[in-house]
Design a binder for this molecule. Structure first.
Ligand code: GLN
Length: 380
């Protein structure tokens, strides 16, 4: 039988490969982005409570009302905005589904979607499987900023969507007020939709402010925001996130979501709704992760790695030119095999596999694990 692949260039994700290698070689896994510490016991108890209380049948398609309501309250508290939980919030199977459903619902065959590379690996396949055309723009070294003039130049009458991601995976860069002003100016009087991946909204450091598109009505009116509970509450395995978008856009997203996942794990949604009532559960995150970032940076200060600035996310990039001439794919595999620390090569975030000899460490780990990894890395 002959099958013509819709995604001929897609293989196994680098996260799966490197986590697999980490297990195989018993390496410390600083590759795939997930915490090695536990979910808050209170949250676990809440899930148990709702499972025991019999909340085990289908949730409503758009998500449990109480959770959507709490999300809308949270956005009011954080960004001072009114989000209508009936028409503007949809609970999804992780932010990945929010992104996929949004692209699938909004991008038509031949539509252009602007992405910034290095880019998270799910973006391009989601665009291409839906018949869209990716238009890629490089973030500018050394601090991975967006060149907005270049964005302006790349806009055509086929541009349907611009995808942004702040704080940014894998670089740890963030968008600032000027970026948001530029985005506003560029999209004004157009039908361009912004897909804003904000899964690391709470992982932002040194007192920086998270510039959510929700803070800017002119942007929010044309945006889909993808957010994640997995990243926020140390539970990436739960696969639960949400999409916020204006009513018109939300109703299109729900058409896809409805026939893709139909609805999301119900007891989890009830538990999260209760847990969100205590804002401290998420307001404490920047300092919690900043401590880890600083500990890791400090532990590597005598190493030959050249760490790049990290303003957000739980990732930090490092150049290794003083250690090895290997390409980043080979270097990552060598480090995992021979020195038992697994990392992610940054070339995997470029569609043309640009190799700048940079790797990504995930520091969402306990102190002992970070120190143990740093010990091995300092020896190189
Ligand atoms: N978001 C995680 C990362 O960047 C990976 C998620 C996945 O494995 N798909 O490492």
């Amino acid at each position: 039988m002959n099958i013509t692949s819709k995604l001929p260039n897609v293989g196994t994700t680098i996260f799966t490969i490197m986590s697999g290698m980490a297990a195989q070689y018993k390496a410390i896994n600083l590759s795939q982005g997930y915490p090695n510490f536990e979910v808050d016991q209170n949250l676990k108890n809440l899930i148990n409570k709702y499972v025991q209380a019999g909340y085990n049948q289908y949730a409503p398609m758009a998500g449990v009302l109480e959770l959507r309501e709490q999300i809308s309250k949270k956005k009011k508290l954080l960004y001072g905005v009114e989000i209508d939980f009936n028409t503007e919030v949809t609970i999804t199977n992780g932010a990945t589904e929010a992104i996929y459903s949004a692209i699938s619902a909004l991008v038509h065959k031949g539509d252009e979607v602007i992405i910034f590379e290095p880019a998270y690996d799910s973006y391009v396949p989601a665009i291409e499987v839906n018949g869209g055309i990716k238009v890629s723009i490089r973030l500018k070294s050394p601090d991975y900023k967006i060149d907005w003039d270049e964005v302006s130049d790349k806009i055509t009458d086929r541009t349907r969507m611009i995808m942004i991601n702040t704080p940014h995976n894998p670089t740890g860069s963030i968008l600032d007020k000027n970026d948001m002003a530029a985005l506003k100016a560029i999209t004004k009087d157009t039908d361009i939709i912004i897909l804003s991946d904000e899964v690391y909204q709470h992982l932002i450091y040194d007192g920086c402010v998270h510039e959510s598109v929700l803070r800017y009505p002119e942007l929010a009116n044309r945006s889909v925001v993808a957010m994640s509970f997995g990243k926020t509450f140390h539970a990436t395995g739960w696969r639960i996130g949400y999409a916020i978008a204006p009513k018109l856009i939300t109703s299109e997203i729900r058409k896809v979501h409805q026939y893709n996942t139909f609805s999301i794990n119900r007891p989890l949604q009830h538990a999260l709704a209760d847990y969100l009532k205590n804002a401290e559960n998420y307001l404490s995150l920047p300092s919690f992760f900043q401590e880890k970032r600083d500990l890791f940076i400090n532990a590597l200060k005598d190493s030959k790695f050249d760490l790049l600035p990290c303003h957000g996310t739980y990732f930090i990039l490092a150049r290794y030119k003083d250690i090895s001439d290997l390409g980043d794919q080979e270097f990552s595999r060598w480090l995992t095999r021979e020195h038992k620390v697994a990392v992610i090569p940054i070339s995997s975030f470029y569609t043309d596999n640009t190799d700048e000899h940079i790797i990504r460490f995930c520091f969402a780990k306990t102190e002992d694990m970070l120190l143990k990894a740093a010990e091995r890395l300092v020896d190189l």
